[in-house]
Design a protein around this ligand. Structure first.
Ligand SMILES: Cc1cc2nc3c(=O)[nH]c(=O)nc-3n(C[C@H](O)[C@H](O)[C@H](O)COP(=O)(O)OP(=O)(O)OC[C@H]3O[C@@H](n4cnc5c(N)ncnc54)[C@H](O)[C@@H]3O)c2cc1C
Length: 458
């Protein structure tokens, strides 16, 4: 069967709003067809860009000409005890659903569950639960990958990269999606995860699953000030089996008030939590009342739940915030302007105060700060209403990057570098370190055909 050509337009952008162009879109259904396409591109020296579900926020899957290869027909999901074998076009929500049928779940949970398995691996996505479980890379057990030579191999966890490379510095953060994973003794799965579709086409993946906890407590806890919220983050971070610790600033709450009138009027910040429990009767349930009092949080007005419907309601609340902020900026005709910086946790407060001060000075009220506080990875999302404000947003992001790096942080904690943040890679790594990454790229894709313009400038 020959690979199917599809309408091009819907593949020419991602959720960031970044737009590109392509000569052709192909949607192979088998690994053999992927090999055929790759060999054809190599022969004609045509560039090839790999598309997942297009929820990326950096333009990584957006083609700069040539062939766009979508994995959407790779939909298989086969769940076993402790793992699932997935076609990389399957969606995260489908994996979660299939895993739930066997009372298991996939640890990390990037907020956008319509992302594809290939996409979350290739960006080393994080999300709310990576605070406890780590980012996606850690949960990849095996990968089937086709390189630009047309060769297809399956690599399993434990298999080291079998060619020499120069290691690069690693930021002191709990997650990082900026550039290749080049640590001494790096394994193949670790190198391919986070490589943003620039080293090979991942067609299938074995993903690690965990048994569902006996019970789960989730909640949205409100505070009268952001400083009290920051105190609580520091106090609560070490609570056993706390698997999610998300922060929302006052502008995020204001953004949501229209649709969520239950947000207390006096609330100026909030934390969202999830904790694995041994049972519904777990003493942890009562411990939260005490914790709220100690940290001066709103008691009665905060939201807690033990039922699946409660957990879904709170996740929907958090997802709606991300999705509607992105939507608002795009409806105003601008690209999404958001930071994806993270710092070592000891600098969490310092970075937050810095963001707040500069945002209020430059774009008062025209931004939200929310995100993965447990990983010191809050996103600053700008809401520009004019060309001038969009310019200021971009300048602020560029200003934040060197400050973050000076604190030992990363310029891309979970979204990757893509095409819109290639300048930031140079803020984080030396020319020599970038050259070390390019050596690996040249080794696996000598003609530089795959994912042109992603991670590295053309
Ligand atoms: C509302 C919203 C909330 C979000 N929240 C989070 C969050 O909490 N955490 C987080 O980490 N991200 C988040 N994201 C970003 C996004 O969901 C992730 O980056 C996701 O991993 C992208 O997956 P995708 O399938 O859409 O990939 P795409 O955008 O299609 O592609 C992303 C990259 O992966 C590569 N790729 C895709 N499939 C393959 C493959 N099979 N083989 C090789 N390369 C491949 C592409 O070439 C590209 O470089 C959010 C996005 C939105 C819109």
């Amino acid at each position: 069967m020959t690979p199917v050509s599809a309408d091009i337009d819907s593949y020419l952008e991602d959720a960031s709003g970044y737009r590109g162009w392509a000569d052709r879109v192909v949607r192979p259904g088998t690994v053999e067809e992927v090999g055929e396409i790759v060999r054809g591109c190599a022969q004609s020296q045509t560039s090839l860009t790999i598309a997942g579900a297009g929820t990326g926020l950096t333009g990584a899957r957006v083609p700069h000409g040539g062939v766009l290869l979508s994995l959407e027909r790779f939909q298989e999901i086969r769940v076993d005890k402790g793992q699932a074998w997935c076609g990389t076009g399957a969606l995260l929500k489908d994996l979660q659903k299939a895993a739930a049928q066997t009372k298991q779940f996939f640890g990390p949970n990037p907020t956008e569950d319509s992302a594809s398995i290939g996409g979350i691996i290739s960006t080393n996505a994080g999300g709310a639960r990576s605070f406890h479980y780590g980012a996606v890379r850690r949960h990849v057990l095996a990968l089937e990958v086709t390189f630009m030579t047309g060769e297809t191999i399956t690599v399993r966890r434990g298999e080291p990269v079998n060619f020499p490379f120069r290691p690069i510095r690693v930021p002191e953060t709990s997650k990082n999606s900026a550039g290749y994973f080049l640590r001494p003794g790096a394994e193949w799965v670790d190198l391919l995860a986070g490589s943003e579709g620039t080293l090979g086409i991942i067609t299938h993946a074995e993903m690690q699953l965990y048994d569902e906890p006996a019970a789960l407590l989730s909640g949205v806890i409100f505070f009268a000030s952001d400083e009290e919220t920051l105190d609580a983050i520091e106090q609560w971070r070490e609570i056993p089996e706390l698997r999610l610790l998300e922060f929302l600033d006052e502008h995020s709450l204001d953004f949501m008030r229209g649709n969520y009138p239950a947000i207390p009027a006096a609330a100026r910040a909030a934390l969202m939590i999830e904790q694995n429990l041994a049972s519904d009767e777990d003493s942890e349930v009562d411990a939260w009342a005490e914790r709220l009092e100690q940290q001066n949080a709103f008691g009665e007005a905060s939201w807690f739940g033990l039922r699946a419907a409660d957990h879904e309601r709170f996740r929907e609340f958090r997802h709606t915030l991300s999705a509607s902020v992105t939507d608002k900026v795009r409806r105003r005709g601008f690209h999404k302007f958001s930071s994806d910086f993270a710092v070592p946790f000891r600098y969490h407060r310092e970075l937050y105060r810095h963001y707040k001060r500069r945002c209020e000075e430059v774009l008062p009220g025209q931004y939200t700060i929310f995100g993965h506080a447990g990983d010191a990875n809050n996103h600053v999302n700008f809401l520009p209403a004019s060309k001038e404000q969009s310019q200021l947003s971009e300048e602020l992001l560029n200003e934040f990057a060197p400050f973050v790096v000076s604190l030992g942080g990363t310029v891309a904690a979970e979204h990757g570098i893509g095409k819109v943040k290639t300048d930031l890679l140079k803020v984080m790594y030396s020319a020599d370190e970038i050259e070390a990454m390019k050596d690996v790229k040249r080794r696996l894709d000598p003609e530089w055909l795959l994912g042109r313009g992603t991670i590295f400038d053309l």
